[in-house]
Design a protein around this ligand. Structure first.
Ligand code: NOJ
Length: 584
């Protein structure tokens, strides 16, 4: 490939050697940033249920992941984020934890976890795990105790309140998964709070014993050698004082109303002091309800809370609440420009456009038609791997996997989809056709269909019956084909990752959008001293001649998704969905 022939300024991950370790003297800054390994990393998210089944029960498992570590190493990612692997009754696919110190039996044993971690380390990669501590499962020992009586020692581990009146919950809080966020419990005739499913009661972080329990379980995993956490809905841990009713305006943005509680920063700083500061780890918070302006308060390296967060402005550009909507490229560019403006050298960013809660990357942001799927998937990887912030790749996106052709509600597994159907369709609020049409675009299950490993039955994911149907396009889109096809999304993504690893400007460089209003072309530069890179992305299926603003004349073409050789010109002849990276 092109890349191999290019002498780049830094070979391998040489600049990573400067990454600060606890106790090490402060490294020199690069463009104002303190170099850290997690700033230079490319992260790959594994959703274990759907990654690789090793024992034929139809559910992905830890030995399955271990068997694919060479694949991930060859892709070039250096951190793996594992979605929850803990013991769980799976009301929300593991985001409802029954025992934080046990592995989900469908996924294997603690010995399997240890083997996975060892395999990751052997390959010089790192592992971060999901920390889900806003809520537990209702089957967690703490909750089983808590619901027994009003004077149980665990009662205050959760939120229990009397109803407002007979059959009336304590306040008007809605659950993210439809209906009230309160569930009546006949044993003590009180309600408990659950922002998510009925089986996900919210922990009471105002109770110091709860916080101590959380810090303990974090240490349990860190002492095993994990390299950090992705923290589930972390801004929701501190609840509004007195739990007052939400105003009509707050009800329109429930995530904002629930986030940013009065003690959120205090608790995160305590967690940092008690646990995180003692290890060389990375943390990324799922920052539901946190605006970009508020982000530095959570991630600034001067505040000692988290390293980075996921901001959802870009990934959710195509929705209005639960409604799918169209979006424009200038809107997306404006979001990235705002990121660059709000997050200074003290506040590190993330870049991602997909995960297990969102539809497939290429189906949402590219064009998944047979004609443009490959080109547009490559274009999107080009963008993710050249923008500011640590990039997160979701499993299967490196193959250009697409949304699933769902038909009826019976095709879905996700509790969010099923609860929504009951609340909206069965009550007659929304027609079934409209609900299903919207869900087809939005459903989280789009991203949760099993990985497509090869062209054999079930895409090589399992020898049994998969827990969720494999996308029928697995014969054309699968890893075995793509690792040997020089034109595949996989090999292109691998080259892009390699380019990122070799190019400090793509990590620490400044960002400038050259043409914010252009409706089809995204053109930007990343600059670090004399190292200057230009990225040009045609977000349309139309060929066009593009005069680079300012008459800029790039010389050296580093990456192209459509085989162009054009260089040394200030007018580019771009094909539909063409992506190029130049040095100039
Ligand atoms: C966010 C997780 O990503 C999602 O999958 C889950 O349903 C909720 N948090 C509740 O834990």
């Amino acid at each position: 490939m092109l890349l191999a022939a290019i002498a780049l300024p830094f070979v391998g991950n040489a600049y990573a050697q400067h990454a600060a370790r606890p106790g090490a003297t402060a490294a020199a800054t690069i463009n104002g940033y303190t170099p850290m390994w997690w700033k230079e990393a490319v992260v790959y998210q594994v959703y274990p249920r759907s990654f690789k089944d090793s024992n034929g029960d139809g559910i992905g498992d830890l030995p399955g992941i271990t068997s694919k570590l060479d694949y991930l190493q060859q892709l070039g990612v250096n951190v793996i984020w594992l979605s929850p692997h803990y013991d769980s009754p799976n009301a929300d696919n593991g985001y409802d934890i029954r025992d934080y110190r046990k592995v989900m039996k469908e996924f294997g044993t603690m010995a399997d976890f240890d083997a996975l971690l060892a395999g990751i380390k052997q390959r010089h990669m790192r592992l971060i795990i999901d920390l889900v501590v806003n809520h537990t499962s209702d089957e967690h020992r703490w909750f089983v105790e808590s619901r027994k009586s009003k004077d149980n020692p665990y009662r205050d581990y959760y939120f229990w309140r009397d109803g407002k009146g007979p059959g009336q919950p304590p306040n008007n809080y809605p659950s993210f998964f439809s209906g009230s966020a309160w569930q009546y419990d006949p044993t003590t005739k009180q309600y408990y709070l659950h922002y998510f499913a009925v089986k996900q009661p919210d922990l009471n972080w105002d109770n110091p014993k709860v916080r101590a329990e959380v810090y303990d379980l974090m240490k349990f995993w860190l002492d095993k050698g994990v390299d950090g956490f992705r923290m589930d809905v972390i801004p929701l841990i501190s609840k509004p004082t007195g739990l007052p009713d939400l105003t009509p305006e707050q009800l329109r943005h429930v995530d904002r109303a629930y986030a940013n509680g009065p003690h959120m920063h205090e608790y995160l700083q305590e967690m940092n002091r008690e646990v995180l500061s003692k290890y060389d780890v990375m943390t990324v918070g799922e920052a539901l309800g946190i605006s970009l302006e508020q982000t530095p308060l959570m991630v600034s390296d001067e505040r000692h809370e988290l390293n980075m967060i996921f901001n959802f402005d870009a990934v959710r550009i195509n929705r209005d609440g639960r409604q799918w909507k169209s979006w424009t490229l200038p809107q997306l560019k404006a979001i990235y420009a705002k990121h660059a403006e709000e997050l200074d050298a003290h506040s590190w960013d993330t870049v991602f456009l997909s995960n297990h809660d969102n539809p497939r990357l290429v189906s949402s942001f590219g064009d998944d038609s047979p004609e443009y799927r490959v080109a547009s998937a490559k274009l999107l990887e080009t963008m993710l791997l050249t923008l500011r912030g640590t990039p997160f790749i979701y499993q299967g996106d490196e193959l250009g996997m697409t949304n699933y052709p769902f038909k009826g509600i019976g095709d879905y597994n996700d509790i969010e989809a099923k609860n929504g159907y009951k609340a909206d369709v069965l009550t007659g609020k929304v027609s079934e056709a409209a609900y299903l049409e919207n869900l087809r675009h939005m459903s989280r299950d789009n991203a949760r269909t099993p990985m497509q490993w090869d062209g054999s039955a079930n895409g090589g994911f399992t020898t049994g019956t998969p827990w969720l149907a494999v996308n029928p396009n697995y014969k054309e889109i699968n890893a075995a084909e793509e690792v040997q096809d020089p034109h595949s999304v996989y090999l292109y993504t691998r080259s892009m990752i390699a380019l990122r690893h070799k190019t400090p400007a793509l990590v620490y460089g400044t960002y400038e959008d050259l043409d914010p209003a252009n409706p089809a072309i995204f053109a930007y530069t990343r600059t670090l001293g004399a190292e200057r890179y230009l990225v040009v992305l045609n977000f349309s299926d139309k060929a066009m001649d593009y005069a680079i603003p300012g008459g800029l004349k790039p010389t050296q073409l580093l990456m192209t998704n459509l085989g162009s050789t054009e260089g040394n010109t200030s007018t580019l002849h771009l094909k539909g969905w063409e992506a190029r990276v130049y040095r100039y």
